[in-house]
Design a protein around this ligand. Structure first.
Ligand code: 3H9
Length: 692
């Protein structure tokens, strides 16, 4: 089998691309396809060509791994597509699996497209910070119309073959064998002349309002990003310019987008997300158990949110509380959440009832005896957790996974109260647990490989991105966020307003800055932790400016007043009393106020994350820098187009990060310092570690 197989089916030549796993347009593929076209052109008996993917899919796009190659070494997709478009004999793309990006662009340059009913097609380039760069921006609007094309190119989401057929993107849906169907279709159209070419079509009657609305829309959906604007400009060109002009402009803008830090950031995240699923030392055949039922202890906000993840994919859940009232409340919150989704049209009431029917409420922990996995989601108190795990050890069936949703406590200590620590793991969901995509999977010292592999598979099944972390206070995400919170408080002590710190992070693309986030989480949470820790250490009662705010009853969004005031619209508004309190605090402590630039604020906040991240890596709590980035994107809203905090640091240059930390009086973590001295990067460190 070669990378592109040529097979004669009578008068039709079938070119099968064999480039697993996803038939990306990698080096070798264009050569094979050109050879196929040469053969078809040179042989009179061949009256048509079918292009099909071997294995599980049609072409899933350009090979993203080749994006950083010098132009002359990168596979020339545009060159191939130009030839295909002008090819003198009928060409048919036979699509199964996913025709994405450059894959769909190949199909669009064929004269015809046939597909299986379950195929999907789309132009997801925007998710990589680029744009369809091989004719997609010019051809798709000419087929499905400008509005639909904009929707597809700006969301990056694929459509199903049925819809594609209705839109005229697919000419024929094949029942049965795709290859046979495509060959028959090619034969039927072997004499069609002139050959239908999308590049020759025109787009008419589009209101300029469509483009204005799209430009307005991306301010919300793709804040600060480059490529969505380019996509709109190029789509607009289909209404004003001939194909050839748009085609050239597309090449220019594609290169500009591809070479931007944003695209580097998004591509880093694409691979980091896939890498996060791989656990060193665990092979593909590590045994996993199928999770058919779940038990959840605690029907509060967290427990309820976790339960919904299971119900959504049809896994029955038994949920336990100690009081009937709390149980009823928990159930009614779950129901209300589902009903709200139904009101928005994303679920039917029948779905709501189906999901609720999978939920069994109980006050009796013994009812968890048959559950395949039990997740404890009660408040953060080691004593309570130990008591629950001691009881679970007696109740749970052999082989059941016993998980804790702790966000800070020592999972080893919890595991040690059971007679089966190998079955114990941390599953740290992020609030709201039914929405946030991140799941920190906390591997304790004795957690078995099988429990770990099952947890990773479970994460995928319930639509989460699972990232394995080690045991330490706060694991990865919260441990880093504590350092960031400390730095934010210090910035205010030195003269910044809370809104300056938040504005700097909003400008970077984070939906919430440190203080907006604290108000949302509840200021009393951190307050109680600080009070508790001081008491344990025998230290004096903490009395920072933030503590004083809480002591005035301002606990954050839940009391409509925290660092900010909140009205009906839940938008934070600065409060004069808080501003005065901060000023008094600085005066009382003899702190001198100075002007802090947005640059300093941004550097100090982001680099505090990076510095702690480097320490976490050095300690082996995170396996890779890319894992930390995935955690920050899915758990804390760090913008993916900046590549996560560690990717951002790489982009800035680690030498510059170290210099900035030192300038601000912080000590760079040893690993960060070492990498900076060697001229290295976190991504390079990941690679070296993976190949070691
Ligand atoms: C483009 O086409 C630009 C053009 O417009 C213009 C050019 C001039 N390249 O996701 P999975 C790897 S931009 C290289 O786990 P799934 C992936 O890293 C491209 N590698 O499987 C992984 O490797 P590993 C537009 C790729 O079944 C393995 O394949 N296209 C590519 O869950 C399996 O991937 C896209 O953006 C690639 N294009 O999902 C499509 N794609 O095993 C991006 C995948 O070493 N791809 N890999 O970890 C996807 O959305 C999903 O991979 C797909 C399969 C839906 C195809």
């Amino acid at each position: 089998m070669s990378i592109v197989d040529q097979t004669r089916e009578g008068d039709i030549l079938v070119l099968t691309i064999n480039n697993p796993p996803v038939n990306a347009f990698s080096p070798g593929v264009p050569e094979g396809l050109h050879a196929g076209l040469d053969a078809a052109e040179g042989e009179e008996g061949i009256r048509g060509v079918v292009i099909i993917g071997g294995g599980r899919t049609f072409v899933a796009g350009a090979d993203i791994k080749t994006f950083d190659l010098p132009r002359e070494q990168a596979p020339d997709l545009r060159g191939f597509i130009s030839r295909l478009d002008a090819f003198p004999k009928p060409t048919v793309a036979a699509i199964h699996g996913t025709a994405l990006g450059g894959g769909l662009e190949i199909a669009l340059a064929c004269n015809y497209r046939v597909a299986t009913k379950d195929a999907k097609m789309g132009l997801p380039e925007v998710k990589l910070g680029v744009l369809p760069g091989a004719g997609g921006t010019q051809r798709l609007p000419r087929v499905v119309g400008v509005e639909k094309a904009l929707e597809m190119m700006l969301s990056g989401n694929p459509i199903k073959a049925m819809e594609a057929k209705e839109l005229g993107l697919v000419d024929h849906l094949v029942e049965g064998d795709l290859r046979e169907g495509a060959v028959a279709f090619a034969r039927e159209h072997a004499n069609a002349r002139p050959l239908p070419r999308i590049s020759e079509r025109t787009v008419e009657g589009v209101s300029p309002q469509v483009f204005a609305a799209a430009r307005e829309g991306i301010k919300k959906t793709h804040r600060g990003q480059l490529s969505p604007g380019f996509i709109i400009d190029l789509a607009e060109m289909t209404t004003t310019q001939p194909f050839a002009v748009g085609w050239e402009e597309e090449a220019r803008l594609f290169m500009a987008a591809k070479d931007s830090p944003q695209s580097r950031g998004l591509r880093h995240i694409f691979f980091a997300e896939r890498e996060a699923g791989k656990i060193p030392g665990l092979t593909k055949d590590t045994p996993t158990t199928e999770i058919k039922s779940a038990g959840i202890i605690g029907a509060g906000t967290m427990g309820g949110g976790i339960a919904m993840n299971f119900l959504n994919v049809g896994i029955p859940v038994t949920i336990v509380e100690t009081q009937q009232e709390a149980l009823d409340r928990g159930l009614s919150v779950i129901r209300r959440n589902y009903e709200n989704t139904a009101k928005k049209g994303r679920l039917t009431m029948e779905d709501v009832e189906k999901r609720m029917a999978l939920l069994t409420p109980t006050l009796n922990m013994e009812d968890l005896a048959d559950a395949d996995i039990i997740i404890e989601a009660v408040f953060e108190d080691m004593g309570v957790k130990k008591d629950i795990f001691t009881r679970l050890d007696a109740i749970a069936k052999p082989g059941a996974i016993l998980a804790t949703n702790t966000s800070t406590l020592d999972v080893n200590e919890i595991a040690a109260v059971t007679g089966r620590p190998e079955q114990v793991i941390g599953l740290h969901f992020f609030s709201p647990a039914n929405v946030m995509k991140l799941l920190e999977i906390v591997r304790a010292d004795k957690t078995s490989d099988s429990v770990l592999a099952t947890s990773m598979a479970l994460a995928r099944r319930i639509g989460k991105v699972g990232v394995v972390v080690g045991v330490c206070d706060g694991f990865v995400g919260n441990r880093m966020i504590h350092r960031y919170g400390d730095e934010a408080r210090k910035l205010v002590e030195e003269g910044a307003n809370p809104q300056d710190a938040d504005a700097a992070m909003n400008a970077l693309g984070l939906p919430m800055g440190p203080f907006q986030m604290s108000d949302m989480a509840g200021l009393d949470v951190g307050y109680l932790i600080r009070q508790h820790q001081a008491k344990v250490r025998g230290a004096p009662k903490p009395d920072g400016w933030l503590d004083r705010i809480v002591e005035r009853g301002r606990k954050g969004q839940k009391t409509q007043a925290g660092i900010y005031d909140y009205g009906e619209d839940r938008k934070p508004k600065p409060n004069a009393e808080v501003a005065q309190l901060i000023e008094d605090y600085r005066a009382e402590k003899g702190l001198e106020s100075r002007e802090l630039t947005q640059e300093e604020i941004t550097e100090r906040l982001v680099y505090s994350l990076v510095n702690e991240g480097a320490q976490i890596l050095d300690e082996g709590i995170a396996q890779r820098a890319g894992d930390i980035d995935v955690i920050y994107i899915y758990g804390y809203g760090f913008p993916a187009h900046h590549g996560g905090p560690m990717g951002y640091a790489d982009e800035m240059g680690l030498g510059n990060v170290v210099a900035a930390l030192e300038k601000y009086g912080q000590t760079p973590a040893p690993l960060l310092k070492r990498l900076a001295e060697e001229g290295g990067s976190f991504a390079g460190w990941d690679k070296a570690k993976a190949s070691a």
